[in-house]
Design a protein. Structure first.
Lengths: 324, 93, 109
């Protein structure tokens, strides 16, 4: 029955994708992409992958929509005329699609208990997590400790993305057609959204902190928490205007957050070496190896959360400050 | 019993998607996106109970909060676009 | 007692599902933006209260109920605000309701 629900949601996703491609109004495309992200998050949830669903919901539906709208405000709203060489692109896409479909023929059936991943990889992680790390959420254990190098790479990818965007867009000056006070006031004159938004911001921040520290026990962790906290501050910027948001969290603080996250992560790794173990070996961080692992995971999740918050807010401000 | 509510919510999501694809003006589409967001929150809550995993309700809570931000971002976009257009029109005259 | 709670929860869930469905059909078939907003808001408020109330009765007194109360509170707080904000944006841009004689003047397509 759940599979039928999943297939239904995927059908809706296909309809949305077709609608996104067929429209030429980019604003409509952004709205439909928000819907697509929603449907995918629901589908992940149906497949019992709660951490991924939470990340997709927080990043895809909230932050991505805001960033796309910021980009649309800087460019035009209609798609340009399509280029003429359609046959070549069609051949490339069709070839790639056929190769992917052919590659799925060899994969095990969905939910097959004899699949290699279910007989070798998953049981090992499920057995060793209570022994080495002893936290209930195995996903965080795998993400933070067993595959800690991958997560270090992900944090640096996020950091690099932030630097890239800041190189391309940072430091924009006002173009001056619109008086600055008017465009900087946000939704201040719309009373009801402003009041309700201001009531909600502390709760969203609190929820973000809850997701950050609860990541060891339930769905959550650094990426999701960073996205939710960034969403709260973006809400403040939308309601009160760009300038007040920058006076609350100045650019220097955002750059500091962007840099301190990977620094924290790398420092935990180096602390492992200095205390006698390997790089990113958390067992040596405390006298009891299990406690050391838990402390290590806590610290690196904090590093991830700080990085994601700083980068998302930096990108948002880079977009918002440019088109004035 | 939970299945009936899930099916009703999924059908409503399909109807809202139809409105998002068809809707003649942009406001219809924003309305459809907002409606899909709240229906997703209900869907997630019901399915969390269907699975017997009440600690998945965190996702529904996160989504209820994030959906609001998307709609307000759209509003801010309209407001600043209207300002820019009227300023350009004023500068041209 | 638990049979009473179960029946009540059944009733609430069924009514909630029906109101969500009715709102969805309304959002598709209504002739104008503002009437569609009326229909959509039925699902957001009445549908949410009935469905989440039905689930809360099934959950009893536990952490899940507190989370459900929080979800309901946030939904009831944010979805009318979104409708208000959307309606005022549409009105400011020039979309006119169906009842008036003139059609949309400057509504962006």
């Amino acid at each position: 029955m759940i599979v039928i629900f999943g297939i239904f949601l995927l059908t809706l996703l296909v309809i949305t994708a077709i609608a996104i491609v067929r429209t030429d109004n980019l604003f409509v495309a952004v709205m439909l992409m928000g819907i697509a992200s929603l449907l995918i998050a629901a589908n992940f949830f149906l497949l019992d992958a709660a951490d991924v669903a939470l990340t997709e919901a927080a990043v895809g539906a909230g932050i991505s929509t805001v960033l796309f709208l910021g980009a649309l405000a800087l460019t035009s709203e209609r798609e340009r005329a399509k280029s003429s060489n359609r046959l070549l692109s069609f051949i490339v896409v069709a070839a790639a699609a056929l190769i992917l479909i052919y590659a799925t023929f060899d994969k095990p059936r969905f939910g097959d208990p004899e699949a290699p991943v279910q007989t070798h990889v998953a049981p090992w992680y499920l057995e060793k997590t209570p022994e080495y790390i002893d936290i209930p959420n195995v996903v965080t254990a795998v993400l933070g400790s067993f595959r800690g190098y991958d997560t270090l790479g992900e944090v640096f990818v996020v950091f690099t993305a932030g630097i890239g965007v800041l190189f391309l867009l940072g430091g924009g000056k006002a173009t001056g057609t619109v008086p600055e006070e008017k465009i900087n006031e946000g939704l201040r004159h719309h009373l009801i959204p402003r009041v309700v938004g201001r009531i909600l911001i502390p709760f969203i921040l609190l929820f973000g902190l809850y997701v950050q520290f609860h990541g060891e026990y339930g769905p959550g962790g650094g990426f999701q928490a960073g996205a939710i906290i960034a969403a709260a501050i973006i809400l403040f910027a939308l309601l009160e205007g760009e300038k007040r948001a920058l006076s609350v969290l100045p650019e220097r603080v955002l750059l500091g957050l962007m840099a301190c996250g990977p620094l924290l992560y790398g420092a935990v790794g180096l602390a492992g070496i200095l205390l006698g173990g390997n790089f990113l070996d958390y067992s040596v961080l405390s006298s009891d190896p299990v406690k050391g692992q838990q402390l290590g995971i806590l610290l690196i999740e904090a590093g991830v959360g700080i990085t994601v918050t700083g980068v998302l807010l930096g990108i948002f401000h880079a977009f918002a400050a440019r088109g004035r | 019993m939970y299945y009936a509510v899930t099916i009703a919510t999924l059908v409503t999501m399909a109807l809202a998607l139809l409105r998002a694809v068809l809707g003649p003006s942009v406001y219809d589409r924003v309305l459809a996106v907002n409606m899909l967001g709240t229906k997703t929150v209900l869907l997630l809550s019901v399915i969390a109970f269907l699975y017997g995993r009440p600690d998945f309700l965190d996702l529904a809570l996160a989504y209820a909060l994030i959906n609001f931000i998307g709609v307000l971002a759209v509003l801010e976009f309209f407001r600043s676009r209207a300002l820019r257009r009227s300023a350009e029109r004023g500068a041209r005259q | 007692m638990s049979a009473l709670l179960d029946t009540l929860s059944w009733v609430l869930l069924t009514l909630g599902g029906l109101s969500v469905l009715v709102g969805g059909i309304g959002a598709l078939r209504m002739p104008d933006l503002y009437t569609r907003m009326h229909a959509a808001s039925v699902t957001d408020s009445l549908g949410a209260i009935l469905v989440l109330g039905g689930i809360m009765l099934q959950a009893g007194w536990s952490l899940a109920t507190i989370k459900l109360i929080a979800i309901l509170l946030f939904l009831l707080l944010t979805s009318p605000t979104s409708s208000n904000a959307l309606a005022s944006a549409a009105l400011l841009a020039g979309t006119r309701p169906f009842a008036e004689a003139g059609q949309d003047e400057e509504a962006p397509k």
